[in-house]
Write a new protein. Sequence first.
Length: 69
Amino acid sequence: MHASTVLGDVQSGNPLCSFRGLLEHLATLTRNQVQFTTTGAEVPMLAEATADQRRAFTLIGAPIPLTAA
């Protein structure tokens, strides 16, 4: 998480951030188009979620998306 979004630490050790900061961090879960040089095949691939992103999805009770629209 970017230092500019962190407001402080709670006793559990989790960083506090603004709602906007959290949304900005969640938005970094990107989809990339990967092209294999040997076959030319293209495959969409999601970046691996960070620990903060996984925790946010767990807290809202939603799965991490496997595809991006």
